[in-house]
Design a protein around this ligand. Structure first.
Ligand code: PLP
Ligand code: ZN
Length: 410
């Protein structure tokens, strides 16, 4: 395996600790020797063992398996959602529920690899800038690995559940008086100066290597088939690339037949990649003042924008933006029709799907998998805020009966 620059194509050995291309500063990707992976894959256990990230270990860029730091991530449910499919207006809809991971988001798939690489590189401290979930996950995995954890967050903008997790798992949390994009700039500067601190934002090319297991699992759970389309939220845009990469590698090994159309959804107040796709631009122009209820994707300058554009264009995919009202409506439908509780960012993949079906951009006979990225309890304040409030009653039976009779069943 080696690093490969997505722009200039130069390759570098993974023995070097790199974040971006030393020649042109563009994004790096990890390329595996797929012939070797093919030899290591045991078809029988691949087809029969239960899904979990480490089931796909021949695809994981680890030097020595004894270094692996794992909390049994992955193996999340793929729900067949008929009621939601009716509401959205398509025949077949599956929801991949990433809230089922150890710390409640897909970030755990990236962190099992990222923190394992931190051990392999022999660093003592790991760090990230985070809208919340990256910090929760990094704090948990670094704690287990015995590493110090430093996280930078946009002050006052992190959902309560995420902040509580990062704090309880023992991260040193620094609340920066600016937005996520600035916090990321600061932490990138810090890790350029301080070689003892390893940066585990998704610009780190190892994290998507773990996250590509979302693609492996979807294929596996559908009986080694690719759906027609994947819809997925985009923030910093590593995940859409990662899922694409999973299907790409399975397709190269003939484990599936084709790669789904990768379709990224952003929140309207923060949709620079959607704008680039719709205007057919080669680059992403940052949004300077990103705003949305979906705090996990409240990112104006997505570092992995070039990877998102590639994943979408190479697969004939698409991108769409949705309003906060559409996000909250989809969040409620997931919760009420399917029993799937998600934080707002996750619901964009359903809100965007519905919009694109209504606009005629997606055919109703497509088989779609929507990735929902984080657990409802990540942002409990938002969930309570958008829902009906409890009805208060004095502790008298007559009063209770009146309330029950007034209830029209809605
Ligand atoms: C991180 C995150 C996203 C965005 O993923 P990117 O790889 O940054 O595009 C979406 N939803 C949730 C819940 C997240 O935590
Ligand atoms: Zn380069």
């Amino acid at each position: 395996m080696h690093y490969e620059c997505i722009e200039c194509g130069k390759t570098f050995p993974v023995s070097r600790r790199l974040y971006t291309c030393p020649e042109c500063d563009s994004l790096l990707e990890i390329e595996l020797d797929l012939e070797k992976v093919k030899e290591e894959v045991d078809r029988d256990s691949l087809e029969n063992d239960p899904v979990t990230l480490w089931k796909y270990s021949p695809f994981m860029p680890v030097e020595d398996e004894s270094n692996i730091v794992s909390l049994d991530e992955g193996g999340t449910p793929l729900y067949e959602c008929d009621s939601l499919a009716d509401w959205v207006g398509i025949d077949k809809l599956y929801v991949k529920y990433e809230g089922g991971n150890p710390t409640g988001s897909f970030k755990d798939r990236g962190m099992t690899i990222g923190v394992t690489k931190a051990i392999e590189y022999g660093v003592s401290t790991v760090t990230c800038a985070s809208t919340g979930n990256t910090s929760s996950s990094l704090a948990a995995y670094s704690g287990k690995a015995g590493l110090d954890c430093l996280v930078l967050t946009p002050k006052g903008k992190v959902a309560l559940g995420k902040l509580a997790q990062a704090a309880l798992h023992g991260a040193k949390i620094i609340a920066v008086e600016d937005n996520f994009d600035r916090a990321l700039e600061l932490v990138r500067e810090l890790t350029r100066e301080r070689e003892d601190i390893y940066l585990l934002n998704s610009i780190n090319p190892f994290r998507p290597q773990g996250q590509k297991s979302i693609g492996f699992e979807i294929a596996d759970q559908l009986g080694f088939q690719s759906p027609d389309r994947i819809t997925i939220p985009m923030g910093n845009c590593a995940n859409i690339w990662a899922v694409y990469k999973g299907f790409y590698e399975f397709n190269e090994l003939d484990l599936v037949d084709g790669i789904p159309k990768m379709t990224g959804i952003q929140a309207g107040g923060s949709q620079p990649v959607v704008d680039a796709i719709k205007a057919d631009e080669g680059t992403v122009t940052p949004e300077t003042d990103p705003e949305t209820v979906a705090t996990a994707i409240r990112i104006g300058d997505p570092v992995n924008g070039p990877k998102a554009l590639r994943a979408i264009r190479r697969t004939g995919g698409d991108a769409e933006g949705v309003t906060d009202d559409e996000i909250v409506e989809a969040q409620k439908m997931l919760a009420r029709k399917e029993g799937i509780g998600v934080e707002p960012a996750s619901a964009t993949s359903i809100a965007g799907l519905k919009k694109m079906v209504e606009n005629g951009d997606i055919d109703s006979d497509e088989t779609v998998v929507s990735v929902v990225t984080g657990h409802i309890l990540k942002d409990p304040e938002e969930a309570a805020e958008v829902s009906e409030k409890p009805i208060e009653v004095s502790a008298k039976y007559d009063e209770l009966v009146k309330l029950v009779e007034n209830n029209d069943g809605s």
